[in-house]
Design a protein around this ligand. Structure first.
Ligand code: NAD
Length: 247
C-alpha cells in the first residue's frame, strides 16, 4: 500500500535495468518498458514481484496516452518517470540518411517529450506531484564524431530538461537529467569494443581511469528522485568519473 510507482523506459537492460532494480530496492513498484517481449519477461523474472513489464515502443507516439491511462487505472499514481530508453547509431555524417536521423530523434527525443507530456498531466493532478529524470550523455557535453543524430538528440534533452524545470517547478514537479559517462552496457560494448582507438581516447580523458558500472547511474537516480534531492531542480548531473571535465 502507498508504494511509489516509477516508470523506467528501456528497463530490460543496461542502465535502465540497474535503475529499476535500485528503485525496487528503494521500495517502489517499477514499470519497465521495452520493445522485445522476451527480453522484458527475462528482466521481469530477475526483478521480481515489484516489477511490472509492459511491451511498448516509446516511439509509437499514439500508443503512449493509453499506456499511461492503463498504469494510472491499475496502480493509482505515477511518482517517478525515468526517460532512459535510447538508441545510438555510429556512422560518418555523410552516410546518415534523413530516415536514420529521424529514427534516433523519434526514440531519444520525441518519445521522451510525448511520454513526459502524458505523465505530467497525471503528476500535476496528484497531491504529491512527482519527479522526472531524463538520461542525457557526454555527447551533449562535448563534440563526439560519428554520432550526429545521437548528439543532437541528447543536447536537446538537456534543453528540454531546463525548459520543463522552469515550467514545472511552480507546479511542484521536479525535473533533472543524468549524463552518464562511459558505462559498461550493451550499448557501449557495441560502440567501443570494435573501435580500440575511440576506447583509448575515452579512457585518456577520464580522470578516474575506468568506465563506470550501471549501478553508478542507478545510485545517482535513486538519490535524485528521493526527498534528499528535494531542492535539486533543472540540473544535468554528470556521472562520468570526470570524463566531461577531463583533459
Ligand atoms: P542499452 O542498449 O543497454 O539499453 C537501452 C534500452 O532501451 C534497451 O532495453 C532497449 O530495448 C530500450 N529501447 C530502445 N529503444 C526503445 C524504444 N523505442 N522503446 C522502448 N525501449 C527502447 O543501453 P544503455 O547503455 O543502458 O542506455 C540507456 C540510456 O543511457 C540511453 O538513453 C543511452 O543513450 C544513455 N547513455 C548510456 C551511456 C553508456 O555508457 N551506457 C552513456 C551515455 C548515455
Amino acid at each position: 500500500m502507498n508504494k511509489k510507482v516509477a516508470i523506467v523506459t528501456g528497463g530490460s537492460s543496461g542502465l535502465g535495468f540497474a535503475t529499476a532494480q535500485q528503485l525496487i530496492a528503494d521500495g517502489m513498484t517499477v514499470i519497465i518498458t521495452g520493445r522485445d517481449g522476451e527480453k522484458l519477461q527475462g528482466a521481469k523474472q530477475s526483478l521480481g514481484d515489484h516489477c511490472v513489464a509492459k511491451q511498448i515502443d516509446t516511439s509509437d507516439f499514439d500508443a503512449l496516452p493509453g499506456f499511461i491511462e492503463d498504469i494510472v487505472s491499475n496502480y493509482g499514481s505515477i511518482d517517478v518517470l525515468v526517460n532512459n530508453a535510447g538508441i545510438n547509431m555510429k556512422k560518418p555524417v555523410a552516410d546518415v540518411s534523413n530516415e536514420d536521423f529521424q529514427k534516433i530523434l523519434d526514440v531519444n527525443l520525441t518519445g521522451v517529450f510525448a511520454l513526459s507530456r502524458e505523465v505530467i498531466k497525471v503528476m500535476s493532478t496528484q497531491e504529491t506531484k512527482g519527479v522526472i529524470i531524463n538520461i542525457s550523455s557526454m555527447a551533449a557535453q562535448y563534440g563526439l564524431p560519428y554520432v550526429i543524430a545521437y548528439s543532437a538528440s541528447k543536447t536537446a534533452i538537456d534543453g528540454m530538461t531546463r525548459a520543463l524545470a522552469v515550467e514545472l517547478g511552480p507546479v511542484g514537479i521536479r525535473v533533472n537529467a543524468v549524463a552518464p559517462g562511459f558505462i559498461h552496457t550493451p550499448m557501449t560494448a557495441k560502440a567501443l569494443d570494435s573501435d580500440p582507438a575511440r576506447k583509448a581516447k575515452v579512457m585518456g580523458r577520464t580522470p578516474m581511469g575506468k568506465m563506470g558500472e550501471p549501478q553508478d547511474i542507478a545510485d545517482a537516480i535513486s538519490f535524485l528522485v528521493s526527498d534528499r534531492a528535494k531542492f535539486i531542480h533543472g540540473v544535468v548531473l554528470a556521472v562520468d568519473g570526470g570524463n566531461s571535465i577531463g583533459f
